[in-house]
Design a protein around this ligand. Structure first.
Ligand SMILES: *[C@@H]1O[C@H](CO)[C@@H](O)[C@H](O)[C@H]1NC(C)=O
Length: 301
């Protein structure tokens, strides 16, 4: 370890310690809210959204303002305060910065929710915090069980909570090795290979759309495309630790961050499960083309 590395590590610890303390306090508060949520679910949802906003906005400030991560964006302008099903490609643990960047502009940062494993309910603090926030908590078989579906989406459908429900359609992060597997799978199954992307898993998306389209306030799907470049290497993202400890990310460190969003009104989506799956697959091919254009554009600059 050189002097520069030690300096970076110290810098990271200094930046992160207050935030980590904040996270522990957040989880304590959320855990305390959990029993109250049985009596005042809407109030707890709002309170947990405000608390989460503070922590999420804080980490975004670390990434953008303190560490100089410059995010560029393209695509549609999102309406403020709209509830939506948000899908994205998955490259790195740092993808959430790109999604939060958009959520902040729409005033929905505190309303971001992610699918979580139901087993987390057994984990004190972190798991209870996630539970109290009204994250949709699912078991392995969640798409197959009608009763579980009603439970998972009750907050959004029954209580009409404003939400950005975010998921990565590829289920796992893009790596060159997994991309080779995608190519083989596509060949065997007679499907086109999307550029720079793994083949999307359609089941969770189809289930979510079919369930949430019944609730009047979820009015769109946001399709987000995330791209990185590091000294001209496309889709090379910083590690999460690098994003938190290193300064000048988009300067000397040579990272580029881009997020594109397309807003599709939910009424424009096809009706049947099969057509919805096909729709997502078609989106993924278009998304791959977009990423390829971005790669070319970046390689020239
Ligand atoms: C929660 O917040 C929403 C608006 O963000 C508001 O309309 C609603 O009345 C609040 N509910 C409670 C119980 O505070």
């Amino acid at each position: 370890m050189g002097v520069a590395d030690i300096f970076m590590a110290l810098r990271g610890v200094l930046i992160m310690t207050p935030w980590a303390v904040g996270l522990v306090i957040l989880d304590l508060l959320l855990s305390a809210l959990l029993p109250i949520s049985w009596f005042f679910p809407d109030w707890v949802y709002n309170a947990s959204s405000s608390l989460a906003f503070v922590l999420w906005n804080w980490i975004q400030v670390i990434f953008e303002a303190i560490n100089g991560g410059k995010i560029t964006m393209s695509g549609d302008t999102l309406p403020a305060g709209e509830s939506a099903i948000v899908i994205a490609n998955h490259v790195s643990w740092t993808d959430f910065y790109m999604i939060q960047f958009l959520a902040i502009q729409s005033g929905m940062l505190g309303r971001c929710r992610w699918f979580a494993k139901i087993e987390l309910r057994l984990v004190p603090l972190l798991g209870w915090g996630i539970w109290a926030m009204g994250m949709p908590m699912v078991s392995r078989q969640w798409t197959k069980d009608k009763k579980e579906l009603d439970r998972v989406f009750a907050g959004i459908v029954v209580r009409k909570w404003p939400t950005w429900l975010i998921s990565f359609s590829e289920a796992t992060r893009f790596t060159p090795r997994k991309y080779e597997e995608t190519k083989i799978w596509c060949k065997e199954n007679d499907k086109p290979v999307p550029k720079h992307l793994l083949y999307p898993r359609t089941k969770g998306f189809v289930t979510t759309v079919q369930h949430l389209r019944k609730s009047k306030h979820v009015t769109a799907v946001y399709d987000i495309s995330i791209a990185y470049s590091h000294h001209n290497k496309f889709l090379e993202a910083p590690t999460i630790w690098e994003s938190l400890s290193c300064g000048d990310l988009s300067g000397k460190r040579g990272y580029k961050f881009h997020v594109d969003v397309r807003r599709i009104p939910i009424v424009d989506l096809p009706e049947s499960d099969a057509e919805l799956a096909k729709w997502l697959e078609t989106r993924w091919i278009a998304k791959g083309e977009f990423l390829e254009e971005k790669r070319e554009e970046w390689s020239k600059s």
